[in-house]
Design a binder for this molecule. Structure first.
Ligand SMILES: [Fe+2]
Ligand SMILES: [Fe+2]
Length: 146
């Protein structure tokens, strides 16, 4: 069976969880950690854009749950503030650790509250998956041009 929108979004979450683990395993390899931090920030930026442009508006439309969407957006903003500091920080380990905590908390809210509510609200998750994949391809292409 094809992946629906929630499968796609949670695959992003799992990929980032693995990257955070890789970062911890990189130990004292500063170059590897800098690369991983950059990939983590890029993955999170793409993922947040897809949710904010497509998934959250569809969720809000289907559930009328303004509060959950606002909480989620606030958590995205917290992560974005940390991501904005990643290139200039002199303590990347501390910043990545804080980003990991922020993301873990947010992903848990999505898995426990937002995703189950989206499923029970009858969102068309198959159609949304197609839109997410198309938009992701566009965003990746524009990053590669930059
Ligand atoms: Fe999110
Ligand atoms: Fe998410």
């Amino acid at each position: 069976m094809a992946q629906d929108a929630i499968d796609l979004l949670d695959a992003d979450h799992q990929r980032v969880e693995t990257l955070f683990r890789d970062y911890l395993s990189a130990g004292s390899d500063a170059a590897a950690k800098a690369d991983l931090a950059q990939i983590i920030c890029m993955e999170l930026t793409l993922h947040a854009a897809l949710e904010e442009e497509l998934f959250y508006p569809a969720f809000r439309e289907a559930t009328k749950d303004e509060k959950l969407v606002q909480e989620a957006r606030d958590e995205h903003d917290q992560a974005k503030q940390l991501i904005a500091q990643a290139e200039s920080t002199d303590n990347l380990d501390a910043l990545v650790a804080e980003l990991q905590r922020t993301v873990q908390h947010h992903v848990m809210e999505e898995r426990l509250q937002i995703f189950p509510k989206a499923r029970s609200a009858g969102l068309d998750l198959a159609a949304l998956a197609t839109r997410l994949e198309a938009r992701k391809a566009e965003l990746v292409a524009s990053l590669q041009e930059a």
